[in-house]
Design a protein around this ligand. Sequence first.
Ligand code: FAD
Length: 311
Amino acid sequence: IDKINRAVEEGRPFWSFEYFPPKTTAGVQNLFERMERMYNLGPEFVDITWNAGGTSSDLTSELVATAQSVYGLETCMHLTCTNMPKEKIDIALKAAKACGNQNILALRGDPPRGQENWVSCDNGFAYASDLVAYIREQYGDYFSIGVAGYPEGHLDSTSKQEDFKWLKYKVEQGADFIVTQLFYDTGLFLDWVKECRDYGITVPIVPGIMPIQNFGGFTRMTTLCKTFVPEEIRNELEPIKEDDQAVKDFGVKLAVKMCKTMQAAGINGFHFYTLNLEKSTRLILEGLEFVASRENVRQLPWNPSLSKKRE
Ligand code: FAD
């Protein structure tokens, strides 16, 4: 949060990258190589997701430790309540602290695969707000805590008002910042931010941007999350949906356009769901002139990575 606040005070853009734990050893090695290269794109921080249900939670802790203490990346560990009794939460938080990690994205999590409704486990938490309160109670201000926000409303919510109420409650329990669910309607996001402010939610809100990588993945993800896809985007994708490269190029152009619109409305920090891929995120940052393009290498004033020397 100190880094986000500093960027806001200095009036410079900032960006962060999200990665998930790969399924194979080779995938882990590839991710490390990618993270090392993407360090040079100057993210303010990187996130490592948590597998609700727990199958790769040890790997999340390991990835966090390596990103934080080996690659020197400011790392934010996601932590969910799904199937996590307090004892397991304690182990994860202790491991995060031991490697110098100071950032947690506190989440409830989704139901494990095959289970329809979310239920808390014995000696576990029912909502992300409980986890936020617990981290604050146990660790004071040691951790900076982020929480999830949903510009289109959370799928379990019965009303928008209820969503705002619980989002505000998460902040009151000690959350420092909000990272949003993916969206493709920038106007809808900007209206939601205004409503959050009107509701008295004052902490930084960082939009989650998922570059479109291929048509199948995009359709799956937007169906799963019930994301609204504006007609204009559907029309542009339809004729190119079989051409992966054209879809990727469109995804980059769209994300640049979305970020520019948000910047014009005063949003200056962006969280990229990288899907563990490098190229689209790099091209978007180049398109926004946040980092110098490979063809046109020049120092941009706000990009810390270009002047930072790796130790
Ligand atoms: P909560 O804030 O607990 O909200 C869940 C629902 O309960 C909402 O409908 C809310 O309105 C309601 N609610 C909240 N508090 C109360 C209360 N006290 N009383 C009654 N109702 C309440 N999932 C993963 O498994 N791993 C990840 O790493 C991960 N990362 C994510 C990152 C981001 C930025 C986002 C947006 C989502 C992520 N998710 C992840 C998905 C997330 O776990 C799901 O969306 C989950 O369904 C809700 O989590 P939450 O923390 O928002 O829940």
